[in-house]
Design a protein around this ligand. Structure first.
Ligand SMILES: Nc1ncnc2c1ncn2[C@@H]1O[C@H](COP(=O)(O)OP(=O)(O)OP(=O)(O)O)[C@@H](O)[C@H]1O
Length: 210
């Protein structure tokens, strides 16, 4: 069920690097309770759009406005309401999984209904909870990244190429966990239709580049 009091609204949003517009004139309302696919080929601007939407990269045109449970949120504080998993953000390699979870969840709240104790099991990494992240396989790391993003209380969840390095079993795990998030705005950037087949709406980067 969509929560209409939590959303991200863009008006004529645009981003350019030097003279090249990466996207332009994006007017869209992203509502909680829905998953939005951001699609397009390599270099089409999916990651750039996500970075603008989560407030890391400034836009070149237009506006962004955020509401959480009906309360307007300034973009400077939006990171408190955002969780992110991307292939290019690294985990702290020197931590074990338990240390990483402790560190992360000292700063951020767990989604309601979850407890710290059950996280290694929920990640299906209980057997490796005391292993250094630096010694994790690429698929295990990706599961940790996705888990941190999906288990953190956040109104806006950004997942860039979520299937990266996942095997079939892990893909099913990811899909099941994602289905449990019912009260956030979820963004999935991808050029692989399997990654966004369950999304409610799609933004095609090509429609915003002219
Ligand atoms: N900081 C930057 N300065 C200049 N150009 C940039 C910068 N960041 C991205 N670009 C350019 O913006 C365009 C879009 O890149 P982006 O990474 O957003 O695409 P993408 O759709 O996510 O690609 P991929 O599918 O390969 O991950 C590319 O041409 C890229 O070179």
């Amino acid at each position: 069920m969509a929560n209409l009091d939590t959303y991200l609204q863009t008006e004529k949003l645009g981003k350019r690097f030097n003279r090249e517009w990466i996207f332009k004139e994006l007017t869209y309302r992203f509502n909680a309770g829905k998953t939005y696919a951001i699609t397009g080929p390599n270099g089409s601007g999916k990651s750039t759009l996500l970075q603008v939407l989560w407030g890391q990269v400034p836009s070149s045109a237009g506006t962004l406005s955020y509401k959480v449970n009906g309360i307007a949120q300034p973009i400077d504080n939006i990171f408190e309401h955002v969780s992110i998993a991307t292939p290019y953000l690294d985990l702290i390699e020197e931590f074990t999984l338990i240390e990483l979870l402790d560190f992360h969840f000292k700063m951020r709240k767990l989604r309601p209904g979850l407890s710290m104790k059950e996280l290694p099991e929920l990640l299906e990494l209980a057997h490796a909870k005391d292993k250094l992240i630096g010694n994790y396989s690429s698929g295990m790391r990706q599961r940790v990244k996705l888990g941190l993003a999906m288990f953190t209380e956040a109104s806006f969840v950004f997942l860039d190429e979520p299937f990266t390095n996942l095997d079939e079993k892990a893909i099913n795990w990811y899909k099941n966990q994602l289905n449990l998030i019912t009260d956030s705005v979820i963004f999935v950037a991808s050029n692989d239709p399997r990654e966004y087949e369950n999304s409610h709406e799609s933004i095609k980067m090509g429609d915003f580049k002219f």
